[in-house]
Design a protein around this ligand. Sequence first.
Ligand code: PGA
Length: 236
Amino acid sequence: MSNPLPLLIANLKANLTWEEISTWIAQIGPKSQNFKGTVVLCPSFPFLAQAHWQIKSSSFNIKLGSQDISKFQTGAYTGEVAAAQVKEYCQFCIVGHSERKKYFSEADSDVAEKLSRLLEAEITPILCISDQNQLQTYLSSTSHLKEKSREIIFVYEPPGAISGGGDYKPESPQSANENAAKFQDLVGEKLTVIYGGSVNPENAKTFFAQGNIYGALIGQASLDPKSFSEILETAN
Ligand code: PGA
């Protein structure tokens, strides 16, 4: 993959207005220029185009990702956003996030379809996986997952470790590292695995110190540019 590591992916979820996102870009942008890795900002759909133009008119080293994508190609699917429609603005897309499963009944088969649409559009999927069983399910149901594994960013993200989740169970960096290694074994290829779940400026260093973890998917701590930039400095 041509994206320098580590990968710091800001998953804003359904947060921030355009004004706040624009400020985020203006504040993180200058720091991104000295960052050896890759910063990926994932705002809500309506802001992708504006964010794209703001970044394009600067020399900031920020890439964009969408937080989800339709399992369909373009067509008569009211309310959906197809991969071909975001391709102009995004190089990445989060897929299979546990919140999509929890609140929108997304099935593993939907995730497999979305993955195919992204790979067809040459958008890098950021594939969230809760545990080894789920990875095994994807491997058995998605024939090209193994074959395309070098084009995918795998996120080990135990749903219980996501901040704001009801039955909160923090994940230790050591356990995250072991799980990332097991992902490699299951797929049998060299993967880019990152970790997601309550990464913050205080604990980021311990996750980045693990040999099998190449970055983080950051939710809550990405909302405030100050805490995101502290994580960025740690990762550098
Ligand atoms: P969190 O979210 O950092 O707020 O735990 C991560 C995610 O859900 O992507």
